[in-house]
Design a protein around this ligand. Structure first.
Ligand SMILES: Nc1ncnc2c1ncn2[C@@H]1O[C@H](COP(=O)(O)OP(=O)(O)O)[C@@H](O)[C@H]1O
Ligand SMILES: [Mg+2]
Length: 342
């Protein structure tokens, strides 16, 4: 990136607003923070900034009058400061103050709130699906165990063995009860039954949410939608699948690239593909990405449940899920779902 593409910014005010902007600006590749100022030396963003190696000062005027500043963002909320800024800034320096900087701050907060909601939702829904899978796996051998225990009761008259086998059966039934509760809980979080769902609409809805996976991006979205593409699923679950896949795609592009969403319908099968120009997935990971808790993302950003969840849901509706990926080029996830009951 050349110097001309970069915006050099200073932040006035190191309270909540300053903290939020600091976080936003340090994540934007095109922005350089020349410094942050607050009259209060204990303001939270000052500490944060000095840890990041960004110059901090209590002398607002010295920062305002620096050479080569493109933008001054004033989040002090102090009306007198506007005059001070106007008197000391260079003529070519632009100023974002008052309600304009408040809107920017509100936006940053809104985005980070949605981001954490998204993470929580994915985690909860993922836990439900994962737990019900385990409950199901426990139930099968348990069934065999109980059946054989009943056999032993019939085969012997020894009262001591009877007593112990009855205890085994009782304990087994308690485990069955626990498994049923887990499954019921997972159903409650995953709601209703399948209906015909308009795929294009759901893709747009999901995109609105998944965009928040990284703050402010330079993304090109290409849509190649077929007409009336319908599939038979639970709409909430399809939404979850699409949000998961798009979030991964957007995260893999680190804010820059092309996301291509395509849909079509052939022989009663609805097809969806989500393609990104991101990092790609190394061949040795292709087997593992659907495993629960497999993640390559830092703690707090990845649960490793997204794709496990996607696979479970697609399987439930007798669909197909495929992935093609090239490291450094990008990844395409394709889904096929029946349009009507088989
Ligand atoms: N579109 C993609 N591009 C590159 N890597 C991906 C993509 N989708 C998934 N992955 C890889 O698969 C892993 C598992 O994905 P997922 O189950 O959604 O968990 P999480 O996103 O929480 O890490 C990710 O950590 C990442 O390494
Ligand atoms: Mg994910």
């Amino acid at each position: 990136m050349s110097n001309q593409d970069r915006t050099t910014v200073v932040i006035l005010g190191a309270g909540k607003g300053g903290t939020a902007l600091l976080e936003l600006f340090t994540r934007l590749p095109g922005v350089e923070i020349a410094g942050i100022a607050d009259q209060d030396a204990s303001a939270p963003a000052l500490q944060h900034a000095s840890q990041l190696g960004i110059p901090i000062t209590q002398d607002l005027v010295s920062l305002i009058s620096l050479q080569g500043i493109n933008l001054i963002v004033n989040v002090t909320g102090d009306p007198h400061l506007d005059l001070l800024v106007a008197a000391h800034k260079h003529p070519e320096t632009e100023v974002l103050g008052g309600s304009a900087s408040k809107v920017l701050w509100d936006f940053v907060q809104h985005a980070s709130q949605i981001q954490s909601q998204l993470f929580q939702t994915e985690k909860l829904a993922g836990m439900g699906t994962f737990a019900s899978g385990i409950a199901h796996d426990i139930n099968n051998p348990l069934y065999i165990l109980l059946a054989f225990a009943e056999n032993i009761l019939e085969e012997t008259d020894d009262p001591r063995i009877h007593e112990q086998v009855r205890s085994i059966i009782e304990a087994g039934k308690r485990i069955q009860g626990i498994c049923q509760n887990i499954t019921r809980y997972a159903r409650a979080t995953n709601t209703d039954n399948a209906i015909a769902v308009e795929v294009n609409e759901k893709l747009d809805e999901a995109l609105n949410i998944a965009r928040y996976a990284t703050t402010l991006q330079d993304l090109t979205i290409v849509k190649s939608f077929g007409e009336h593409v319908e599939v038979l699923v639970n709409p909430g679950e399809l939404f979850q699948v699409l949000v998961n896949l798009m979030t991964n795609a957007i995260q893999a592009m680190e804010g820059k690239g092309t996301l291509t969403l395509s849909t079509s319908c052939e022989n009663g099968v609805g097809k969806i593909s989500i393609a990104d120009t991101g990092s790609g997935i190394p061949t040795e990971n292709l087997e593992k990405i659907f495993d629960p808790f497999f993640t390559t993302k830092p703690l707090g950003q990845g649960t490793g449940l997204g794709l496990h969840n996607v696979k479970t849901i697609i399987k439930k509706y007798r669909g197909e899920l495929r992935v093609e990926s090239k490291v450094g080029k990008g990844t395409t996830f394709s889904i096929e779902l029946p349009r009507s009951p088989k």
